[in-house]
Design a protein around this ligand. Structure first.
Ligand code: ATP
Ligand code: MG
Length: 611
């Protein structure tokens, strides 16, 4: 973490105002030089000719976020989303949401829907440009890579005709054996010298279903001796009889990712194609392919350019979609949106806000070198920094113990008397108003606030000690009854007159301890989920470790709490600071205002995990 932690809104705004990273510098330079100033936009993705029929592109740059709809988005994607959408926004551009759905086997509508919801939730729908056909209606620039299959096929035929691609009918084993390795050049396939006409005929047979799955592939004809193994005649198309969620059974050949992705970018007139570092070695092929298709007039120069940045790794988290799916399918969690999951659906349900995720992504920086891990605590810090200035406060007792004020009738005339108390909704925002609740003869306190024999430095309730019930009176503890196991079952105390918070002379009795409480008369019962890290190790799957062996057995602790009456009105996804306890959200699935109160702990007030 490079940046210091700002503690107020002004500092947060200042932090947001001066982002700088190598990608921004590249874009600034491209804009200054007019690199992409002559691009046209035909109104929809398409080849060079169709783009040229449109006006100069009103978007100064185009970026894209290209998830494969084969799972739920996770915290790493939040960084890619933030980066691509905010660069487009800051530089007068547009960011496309592109479903990279060229693999027929693993993709599902459920994932498409959840990805779209999540991108919108993160706050990016306002940035989706207007649809000229429906003025004023925000239309996402949302595209599907599978809509480009026809063009991809045409590009493949062009490469064959121009002598840049051939159909290889070696077995997969033979192809592997002739590829060479880092120190050894590969050797040419015997099929490499076929004529373009033969290749074209054979490729059309592949397309028409005349060859079985796996019998042949289309390969680029580049250089089997290249020091970059990705340039040793990479595969462009394979035969695979599978029903695609969008194109059905129209195709039995499908493009490889490395061939498809640059084409998707080009058809969408993307200028800056930003990806993670694993793709660095693919960039020469990306450029090779773009150059060939521009030469052939299928695209218009300048083509998009790829830039790589270090992926986000977060401690105590796994982001492999396969492993996340395993957690769900084997029921180690309750679903993709389990509040312990690092999916954005899970983080949302846990209570993290779009603002916190954005700040977290921004603070984690954009670098060209990888390997660094960001501490999960930084996410909680971002949550606190964004929520502290705005979250309403409330009192909640998470481990309730009854406290009885034995002189209540003596002071107030009756055991049934209820004494009204008030507290600010937010200590720094009087305009947010006051909370109302009442104190009576019986109140709930935290079990941990009473000790029969106080340890050193303990200033809360023990026989003979004075403590303030926050926003209420000072009381003096007189003892406790115990249950059979020897635990306190009920604490008793006497109230000290004329000490009510906010009244003249309230501070005449000095106390060292102030405790939170909820009145027994108006307190509400609530279910509270206390979450902790899902894994006990910082890098759960490091070195090939089975991540299931380091699942935290205490990642969820559910308690029956008593909360102050103002929380009856809480709506799902409302967030609060429970005084002394941290930040909590009304669960978006289980909570029903006024009826069934269910809160999730998002994060504590301080970073206390593992301490
Ligand atoms: P998988 O390869 O497990 O299917 P993926 O993480 O590559 O998943 P994609 O759906 O292909 O998932 O990713 C969409 C975009 O999000 C890509 O541009 C990818 O580079 C980016 N991305 C994925 N994980 C991270 C991460 N941890 N940090 C930053 N960007 C990421
Ligand atoms: Mg991927």
């Amino acid at each position: 973490m490079s940046s210091p932690k700002p503690t107020n809104a002004a500092a947060l705004a200042a932090e947001a105002a001066k982002p700088n990273n190598f990608l921004r510098q590249i874009i600034e330079q491209d804009l200054a030089q007019g690199t992409y100033a002559q691009r046209h936009w035909g109104g929809a993705p398409g080849d060079g000719a169709s783009q040229q029929t449109g006006p100069l592109d009103p978007a100064r740059i185009r970026t894209r976020f290209p998830p494969e709809p084969n799972g739920y988005l996770h915290i790493g994607h939040a960084k890619s989303i933030w980066l691509n959408f905010s660069l487009a926004k800051d530089f007068g551009g547009v960011c496309h949401l592109r479903f990279d759905d060229t693999n027929p086997e693993k993709e599902e509508q459920e994932y498409v829907d959840s990805i779209r919801d999540t991108v919108r939730w993160l706050g990016w729908d306002h940035h989706f440009a207007d649809d000229p056909a429906r003025p004023g209606v925000a239309q996402p620039h949302e595209y599907f890579a599978s809509d480009y299959f026809d063009f991809m096929y045409r590009a493949a035929e062009y490469l064959i005709e121009s002598g840049h691609a051939y159909v290889d009918e070696q077995t997969p084993e033979q192809m592997r054996a002739t590829r060479g390795d880092f120190g050894t050049p590969g050797t040419n396939s015997p099929f490499r010298s076929r004529t373009p006409a033969d290749n074209l005929a054979r490729f059309r047979q592949m397309r028409d279903g005349q060859l079985p799955d796996g019998a042949a592939v289309l390969r680029a004809k580049i250089d089997m001796a290249s020091p970059n193994i990705n340039l040793r005649d990479p595969t462009l198309y394979r035969i695979r009889r599978a029903t695609h969620h969008n194109t059905g059974d129209k195709w039995c050949i499908y493009p490889m990712y490395t061939f498809a992705h640059p084409i998707e970018d080009a058809l969408e007139q993307v200028t800056h194609s930003i990806c993670t570092l694993e793709f660095e070695d693919q960039r020469p092929f990306y450029d090779w392919l773009m150059a060939r298709l521009c030469e052939g007039g299928l695209l218009v120069a300048p083509p998009p350019h790829q830039y790589e940045f270090a992926r986000l790794n977060v401690t105590h988290v796994i982001t492999s979609k396969r492993k996340l799916r395993q957690l769900v399918e084997e029921a180690h969690v309750t679903g993709w949106d389990d509040p312990r999951m690092p999916t954005l659906a899970g983080l949302r349900r846990r209570g993290y806000t779009p603002d916190a995720l954005r700040l977290f992504a921004e603070r984690s920086g954009v670098t060209k070198t990888g390997g660094a891990w960001t501490d999960y605590a930084a996410l909680d810090a971002a949550l606190r920094d964004t929520l502290d200035p705005v979250a309403p406060r409330a009192m909640a007792v998470l481990e309730p113990l009854k406290l009885v004020i034995t002189n209540w009738a003596e002071v107030f005339g009756s055991d049934d008397h209820l004494e009204p108390c008030t507290a600010p909704v937010h200590p720094h925002h009087p305009e947010m108003g006051q909370r109302q609740f009442s104190m009576g003869k019986e109140v709930w306190i935290e079990r941990t606030d009473y000790e029969e024999v106080p340890p050193k430095g303990f200033f809360r309730l023990f026989p003979g000690n004075n403590v303030r019930l926050k926003y209420g009176y000072v009381i003096q503890c007189t003892g406790a009854t115990k249950d059979e196991a020897g635990r306190a079952s009920q604490v008793s105390a006497v109230l000290i007159k004329d000490t009510k918070s906010g009244t003249p002379g309230a501070d005449s009795v000095k106390v060292k301890g102030v405790i939170t409480w909820v009145g027994a008369a108006d307190g509400l019962s609530a279910t509270v989920h206390l979450y902790d890290r899902l894994f006990t190790e910082e890098q759960p799957d490091a070195g090939g470790r089975d991540f299931l062996t380091v699942l935290n057995p205490n990642s969820l602790n559910t308690v029956q709490a008593i909360v102050e009456p103002s929380l009856a009105a809480a709506q799902p996804e409302d967030r609060f600071q429970f005084e002394r306890h941290g930040y909590f959200v009304a669960d978006r699935r289980e909570h029903q205002a006024g009826d069934k109160l269910v809160f999730n702990r998002i994060a504590g007030l301080k970073d206390s995990w593992g301490k």
